[in-house]
Design a protein around this ligand. Structure first.
Ligand SMILES: C[S@@+](CC[C@H](N)C(=O)[O-])C[C@H]1O[C@@H](n2cnc3c(N)ncnc32)[C@H](O)[C@@H]1O
Length: 271
């Protein structure tokens, strides 16, 4: 099994647009978006500042950062996926945010790093849980920073993720398939302190947020539907099982019995 987020451009076309829409939707409002704002509030940058997001996808985090903090500097959205970057670039132009947003294809796992020492902050918002070598990505982030630059790592402990419709057997099958097919590193947030220590990064702040929905579901309904479809499309789960599970989720929501949880963690380091 392999993580669909590792090679988005090689996924079927309808999967790519589904993933783009999901990335947009999940950061638009609600608990997930609120967690993001909590770390935005800890960052103070001006018109001369340069921020780089590695694995920035469609740039929704960058757009939110610019709007929420009234950021006047440059926020560079980088990603491996040309498709997501194109989607994001178009959106930034439509919203007239292209003065402050730039889009660049960067492989966060590359051995060759351009623009070393160029940025005031590097943001990795749900990137490290997807890459085969998180330590290399964080080492690269360090190289890209100016003196006293900051590294922000926001991600989930996906090992703990649970979307429970109440059908125990199906919940087990689909949750497992989603973790295997969509998250290369479900326990990576447990390893970050060790990786950071080996890179001599200074811990400034950490926090945790539990994304929790009981009875009904909005975040987990979107997540469950998108990720179960993505694993079906990448041939890692049978369509009839995924469809049945989504129906079970809908039934649980209509009966007010759904249960879903996922812990998100933020680390902020300085070099
Ligand atoms: C879950 S998405 C997060 C996107 C964005 N940060 C957000 O929260 O909306 C993970 C992103 O990491 C990107 N990615 C995976 N491997 C990468 C790599 N080696 N270098 C750069 N980006 C990568 C994927 O293409 C995808 O856009």
């Amino acid at each position: 099994m392999s993580d669909v987020f590792l090679n988005i451009d090689e996924q079927p076309k309808d999967s790519v647009s589904m993933i783009s829409e999901r990335l947009e939707d999940r950061s638009f409002k609600g608990q997930f978006s609120d967690f993001t704002k909590e770390y935005f509030e800890l960052l103070d940058y001006d018109e001369y500042s340069r921020i780089l997001e590695l694995g920035g996808g469609t740039g929704v985090i960058g757009r939110n950062f610019i709007e929420y903090t009234n950021f006047k500097g440059k926020y560079v959205v980088s990603d491996l996926s040309k498709e997501l970057l194109n989607f994001g670039e178009k959106k930034a132009k439509e919203l007239e945010l292209d003065n402050h947003l730039e889009f660049k294809q960067i492989d966060a796992m590359s051995e060759i790093i351009h623009d070393q020492g160029s940025y005031d902050a590097i943001i990795m918002h749900t990137l490290v849980s997807h890459v085969p070598n998180p330590a290399l990505v964080i080492e690269n982030a360090k190289k890209l920073l100016k003196r006293n630059g900051k590294i922000i790592i926001f991600d989930a402990d996906y090992e703990t993720l649970l979307m429970a419709s109440g059908n125990k057997e199906l919940d087990e099958i689909v949750n497992t398939a989603i973790k295997k097919g969509c998250v290369a590193q479900p326990k990576v947030m447990r390893l970050i302190p060790k990786i950071a220590n080996s890179l001599k990064l200074k811990l400034i702040k950490y926090k945790s947020n539990l994304l929790f929905e009981a009875g009904s579901a909005e975040f987990f309904y979107g997540m469950g539907k998108t990720l179960s479809t993505a694993v079906v499309k990448s041939n890692q789960l049978e369509k009839k099982i995924a469809d049945k599970w989504v129906k079970e989720m809908e039934k649980a929501m209509s009966e007010n019995t759904f249960f879903g949880m996922c812990p998100y963690i933020t680390y902020i380091y300085e070099i």
